[in-house]
Design a binder for this molecule. Sequence first.
Ligand code: NDP
Length: 244
Amino acid sequence: MSEKLAGKKAIVTGGSRGIGAAIARRLAAEGAQVVITYAGNKAAADAIVADLGEGALAIQADAADASSVAAAIGQAAGALGGIDILVHNAGVAAMAPLGSTGLEDYRQMFGVNVEGVFTGTTAAFPHLNDGGRIIIIGSVNAHTMPNQGGALYGATKAAVAQMARGWARDLGPRGILVNVIQPGPVDTDMNPSDGPFAEFLKPYIALGRYGHADEIANVAAFLASGEASLITGALIDVDGGFSI
Ligand code: NDP
């Protein structure tokens, strides 16, 4: 590893499992000091932190709870001494068609996937260093809808995509880059590659296979690095050709 993120201070939300854990590991391997948040899985979060090296920390924070998010970001920024890289990864997905969803489902999905991104970025704003990075893990469901039941989830991911473009404009003068990674199917607890949903999705994937969390982490590490210096406001599909 070239350690292209040496000295950088990073926060990864939802870093205890899946894509977030892979991103946290990769940023740390590139030399960043990493703080992760998690919802409830302390044992998994502690296990990841043990792999992240010096100065790593796990903080419990429900992304749907604004005060919890603000406290966690404040604690993380204090421990790190500023923020260079903020990765919004925490997310929930529940597929249910119209008629099976209510306001509670709407509030839960938007609370974690959209409000959490807004409150987290707002809390991080005073601590963000010039030249920093905000990376949001969206989804190809922001612009494609191959299955029934994805209305709420897709709407949350479309919302954060456009929020990112707005923030790219707001923060451009400070050299802070804001980008969205939009994964297709990735093998995690949220979307296991061996379930019935996977059998529905697989025929749409040009590469014929699910993605690995590490393949999303590769792109996050690139966007966090100096090599991405001209990329901001971009929505980058990383989906094995799922949405073409
Ligand atoms: P997982 O369900 O495997 O992991 C979710 C992570 O988010 C865990 O660390 C979990 O913490 C945390 N989390 C869940 N709810 C909350 C909450 N309310 N507050 C704080 N943290 C929370 O999901 P994935 O790794 O698959 O997904 C990560 C991101 O990638 C999500 O934004 C998802 O929408 C997106 N995505 C995933 C795809 C896929 O196919 N897997 C495809 C496209 C996008 P804990 O361990 O404590 O529960």
